[in-house]
Design a protein around this ligand. Structure first.
Ligand code: T4K
Length: 407
């Protein structure tokens, strides 16, 4: 328990945690089952190219998503590229700036210009009214993002896309197994892309998938992920290599089986953070609608109220071995690659306030309680800590957090 400012590791006190607490520590699942599956793949000598584990994984994901088709891929970034190309997106596609940079990069990489729209600061999700105002002659599609697993304008965006006859692709990287009013979020829009990266709710080491009800789109995507081949000696599309390996599918299947345990831990951690930080002035834990997988716990800190900025809080927490992430700062439209894009006031304000907190099966309840104790302590002494940094006194480290290092 920190009693004085000198107890903070930032000022030379002992760190609260001897081992780092990370955002995005992978959930492992049943190792025995994973190794059994890997043994089977080795015995079969079938390691990639639509092997039996990938086919089983696709079937399970399609069921989970409530979709007719699942096309498994080696990551979500390539799945987004393939989806956008297969859906005929060219010219400009409207999408939020407040997302991981993979989302706009996937479009840019196939020569499509992302046109960034702003978000609702309450939910962090794209603002459909702004989307509509950005539709122009070069617009060929809309890419919604189910950020933090939250359904992105589910009541308005699909109708808006239909009205303008634009294909609607969802980046559902965060939304594996999430539901909206009881229905899988992947049933919204024309197609959705999941991520099964190591840091995601369900992980396949690396992995992604396109899910859709559209038979033609699924067939095109299947060919495109395999060099555009539609037969042994037939190439129909400009394709790439985006295939999922059997090793990834083995991990993905094992992870899918562990979902109830993962969800319970995520939910408990999210609730604990919300309870422990409730009523702290200038601090808000982003609430979710029911059906979220709770893979991310996102806190906002308002410097005008607390006197301490997000970056300073993050630096203080880092010295305590609490490795938070400023997901997603800055907005993509502020990154060098997209410089020159119009300013987006809500995205810019929110991206200065957000902090992703450690959660997942690697983070215990008592650890969440200690993290919250330190956050409350820092906020209670916000102006004093900020003043010390401004005066250049006492702080043992710089305010810039170090890059996370693997354990
Ligand atoms: N769309 C959205 C909205 C996304 O968020 C993402 C990816 C994508 C599309 C694209 O999906 P993929 O193509 O990746 O399937 C990480 C992930 O690499 C990335 O998948 C994820 N979003 C993004 C939000 O987070 P970084 O650059 O922040 O990763 P890194 O290495 O800094 O690790 C993140 C945290 O996880 C750290 O706290 C360390 C911890 N970690 C990471 C790994 C890999 C572990 O504890 N163990 C591990 O094995 O991007």
């Amino acid at each position: 328990m920190k009693q004085t400012l000198g107890d903070l590791a930032f000022y030379g006190g002992p760190a609260a945690f001897t081992e780092p607490l990370f955002v995005g520590r992978p959930n492992i699942g049943d190792r025995k089952l994973l190794f059994e599956r890997l043994e089977q793949a080795l015995d079969r000598r079938w390691l990639t190219n639509q092997g039996p584990l990938v086919l089983e994984f696709e079937q399970r994901v399609a069921e989970l998503a409530g979709a007719r088709h699942c096309v498994a891929m080696c990551n979500a970034t390539l799945a987004l590229q393939i989806a956008a190309r297969a859906m005929g997106m060219t010219g400009e596609v409207i999408m939020p700036s407040f997302t991981f940079v993979a989302s706009p990069h996937a479009l840019s990489w196939i020569g499509v210009t992302p046109v960034f729209c702003d978000i609702d600061p309450e939910t962090h999700l794209m603002d459909p009214a702004h989307v509509e105002s950005l539709i122009g002659p070069a617009t060929t599609g809309i890419m919604g993002v189910h950020l933090w697993g939250q359904p992105c304008a589910p009541g308005t965006l699909p109708a808006l896309a239909r009205r303008h006859r634009l294909p609607l692709l969802y980046d559902a990287a965060h939304a594996v197994a999430t539901r909206w009013h009881g229905r899988p979020v992947a049933t919204l829009g024309d197609a959705s892309v999941f991520s099964f990266h190591a840091t995601k709710f369900v992980n396949a080491f690396e992995g992604g998938a396109l899910v859709t009800d559209d038979d033609g789109l699924a067939a095109t995507a299947r060919a495109m992920r395999n060099f555009g081949q539609t037969g042994e000696d037939q190439v129909t599309y400009l394709g790439t290599n985006a295939k999922m390996s059997e090793a990834s599918a083995a991990m993905g299947l094992t992870s899918l089986e562990a979902m109830p345990e993962l969800l319970a831990r995520n939910l408990a951690n999210h609730r604990r953070y919300a309870t422990e930080l409730a009523g702290v002035p200038g601090v808000r834990v982003l609430p979710y609608t029911s059906g979220n997988n709770h893979q991310y716990v996102v806190m906002e800190i308002d410097e005008r109220v607390t006197g301490v900025s997000r970056d300073l809080l993050r630096a203080v927490l880092t010295t305590e071995n609490i490795r938070c992430r400023s997901y997603f700062a800055p907005g993509c439209h502020m990154m060098d690659t997209y410089r020159g894009s119009p300013r987006l006031p809500h995205t810019e304000a929110v991206s200065r306030r957000v902090l992703g907190l450690p959660t997942g099966t690697a983070v215990r309840d008592d650890e969440v309680i200690r993290v919250c104790e330190i956050i409350r302590f820092v906020v209670a002494h916000g102006p004093a800590i900020a003043a010390k940094v401004t005066n250049g006194s006492a702080a043992r480290t710089s305010a810039r957090p170090p890059a996370p290092t693997p354990r």
